[in-house]
Design a protein around this ligand. Structure first.
Ligand code: DX5
Ligand code: ZN
Length: 228
């Protein structure tokens, strides 16, 4: 049995969308298929930016059936993680660097009914996860330093994906590998070939002249990476 999900998914990040037209962005992702909605929650403390919070997630939940993937870039994530599930999040990820009690937080997210994920900054080694395998549903590897959309991809993350993929095989435990930051048509195929299953893309989708075409091209590159 494969330890990878059957279908690679794209997670367009609403951070790069027009905030006055989020409903239109959701319609676009519904039309494209094989998308989940990436929601970047920033608190101005863990990262130097403030973005989206609980009321927006609750409104998004009313407007779409697509899975909502909430990436919490906040300090003390246990304080809010289950509230995001109540607001409608299907996937909730918390940063390893923000939480000394990850085991407890991941358990709380799962108990509330969502998929639980751990996020690693570029400087955080995957070895910090070895004693948590089985306690998370997905790992999000940052390929930029979190805080802003539109930054350049850090190529060293490819080696990290390879090593995380090897850990998944070695421990014979299924979990999803997600990658976030600077994803584009130039690297999508390589990322999936290395072991990524879900790619987050902000500017590559919402700043494109044709966002629907950009999603389809990214998904097609991902399929090629999976086939090779
Ligand atoms: C960065 C966020 C990312 C970002 C992705 O802190 O977590 O999700 O918005 O945007 P791009 O794809 O433009 O790097
Ligand atoms: Zn993100």
């Amino acid at each position: 049995m494969s330890l990878r999900p059957a279908q690679p998914l794209l997670a367009p990040s609403l951070l790069s969308a027009d905030f006055t037209r989020l409903g239109d962005a959701l319609k676009l992702l519904e039309e494209a298929e094989n998308c989940i909605v990436h929601v970047d929650v920033m608190d101005g403390r863990f990262v130097p930016n403030i973005t989206i919070g609980l009321p927006v997630v609750a409104s998004l939940r009313q407007a779409t059936k697509l899975p909502l993937d909430c990436h919490l870039m906040i300090v003390e994530p246990l304080r809010y993680a289950t509230e995001f599930v109540t607001a409608g999040a299907d996937w909730v990820s918390v940063h390893q660097e923000a939480d000394p009690h990850l085991h407890r937080t991941l358990g709380a997210i799962r108990a509330a009914g969502a998929k639980a994920g751990v996020v690693l900054n570029p400087s955080t080694p995957i070895e910090t996860l070895v004693d948590l395998v089985g306690d998370f549903d997905f790992v999000l590897l940052m390929s930029v330093n979190p805080g802003f959309g539109g930054q350049s991809f850090i190529p060293r993350v490819l080696d990290k994906i390879n090593r995380l993929n090897a850990l998944r095989t070695e421990r014979n435990t299924p979990f999803v590998i997600q990658v976030d930051g600077g994803v584009s048509l130039d690297n999508a195929q390589d990322l999936v070939r290395a072991g990524a299953d879900v790619l987050v893309a902000g500017n590559a989708v919402f700043k494109a002249a044709d966002p629907l075409g950009a999603i389809r091209q990214l998904l097609s590159e991902m399929e090629k990476g999976r086939a090779s």
